[in-house]
Design a protein around this ligand. Structure first.
Ligand SMILES: C[S@@+](CC[C@H](N)C(=O)[O-])C[C@H]1O[C@@H](n2cnc3c(N)ncnc32)[C@H](O)[C@@H]1O
Length: 256
C-alpha cells in the first residue's frame, strides 16, 4: 500500500511538503478511518466565510451560512404569521442542520400541527446521469451523512419527535409518492440538475399559495439554475426570484 502510494512518477515526491501530504492522504487517513479516527487540519474560524456558507465545515450540522439560515427563519415565521397552511420540507439535508433549524422554529413558536420532512438518500449524492447533470460528488465521503447520524443530530437539540419525518432514498423514488399533503416551505438543496428538477416536479404543486420555495444552489451551480429555469418554463411560470446570497434564491408561490 505504501509502495502504491509512492509511485516514482508521482509529482508529489518532488517536494517534501507534497510527499507528506500525499502520504497522509493515501496512507494515514485510510488507516485512521478504519479505527473511526479522523485526521483534521486546524483552521482559524472565519466569521465571514461562515456567514456566507463557504467554509465547508468539517464538524457542524450545516454547510449553509448564516444568511441562508436567516432566510429559512424569515420564510417560516412569515408563513406562520400569515397562517399559510402546510408542512416544511428540505430535500437534501446532509447532517440535518437546516432541517433541525426548521423544527426548532416550530418549537419556538409553539407549533404542534406541522411536520418537518427530511428527504435524503443518507448516502450522498448520486453520480450525475450526464455531464449536464452536474459535477460528480458521488464519491465524496464528506457529503455522506447516514440517517442515524442525522437523527442523533436532531436528538442532540431535543428536537427528534413525531413532528419530524424522514424520506430515505433517491428523490426520484421517495418524493413522487411521499405522504405530504401540503407544504408551506419547500427547500431544495440537492445540487444536481436531476435532483433539483425531480424535487420541483414532485413537490411544487403541493406548496400552498403564499408559501415559499427556496433553492440553495441556484447561483452556485449553473446546472441547478438550469433545472429551475426548465421547470418554470415547463409550467409557464415566471415568479420573481429574490437572491439570498452568492448561492441561494427564493420565491413566493402566488396567492389565489
Ligand atoms: C449540499 S448537501 C445538503 C446541505 C444541507 N442542506 C445543509 O444544511 O448543510 C446535498 C444533500 O443532497 C442529497 N442528495 C442530492 N441529490 C439527491 C438525490 N437525488 N436523492 C437523494 N438525496 C440527494 C445528498 O445526499 C446530500 O446530503
Amino acid at each position: 500500500m505504501v509502495e502504491a502510494a509512492l509511485q516514482p512518477a508521482d509529482r508529489s515526491l518532488r517536494r517534501p511538503g507534497r510527499l507528506a501530504k500525499a502520504l497522509a492522504r493515501r496512507v494515514l487517513v485510510p488507516l485512521l478511518g478504519r479505527r473511526d479516527l479522523l485526521l483534521v487540519k486546524r483552521r482559524p474560524f472565519d466569521p465571514g466565510l461562515r456567514a456566507e456558507g463557504r467554509d465547508a465545515p468539517c464538524f457542524g450540522y450545516t454547510m449553509i451560512g448564516l444568511r441562508r439560515l436567516a432566510n429559512i427563519r424569515h420564510c417560516v415565521e412569515d408563513v406562520l404569521a400569515r397562517s399559510v397552511p402546510g408542512d416544511l420540507a428540505e430535500a437534501g439535508v446532509w447532517r440535518g442542520g437546516a432541517a433541525i433549524f426548521m423544527r426548532a422554529l416550530l418549537a419556538v413558536h409553539g407549533v404542534t400541527d406541522r411536520t418537518v420532512w427530511v428527504a435524503d438518500s443518507f448516502r450522498g449524492l448520486p453520480a450525475p446521469a450526464s455531464p449536464q447533470d452536474g459535477d460528480d460528488f458521488s464519491q465524496h465521503a464528506y457529503l455522506r451523512a447516514d440517517r442515524r447520524q442525522v437523527m442523533a443530530n436532531f436528538q442532540r437539540f431535543g428536537l427528534l419527535d413525531g413532528q419530524v419525518r424522514f424520506l430515505e432514498g433517491w428523490f426520484k423514488d421517495t418524493l413522487p409518492t411521499a405522504p405530504i399533503e401540503r407544504l408551506a416551505v419547500l427547500r431544495l438543496d440537492g445540487d444536481l440538475y436531476s435532483s433539483t428538477l425531480e424535487t420541483l416536479r414532485s413537490l411544487y404543486d403541493r406548496v400552498s399559495p403564499g408559501g415559499y420555495v427556496i433553492v440553495d444552489d441556484y447561483h452556485a451551480y449553473e446546472y441547478c439554475r438550469r433545472a429551475v429555469t426548465d421547470f418554470l418554463r415547463e409550467r409557464g411560470l415566471a415568479p420573481a426570484l429574490t437572491t439570498i446570497d452568492w448561492a441561494g434564491v427564493y420565491w413566493q408561490v402566488p396567492g389565489p
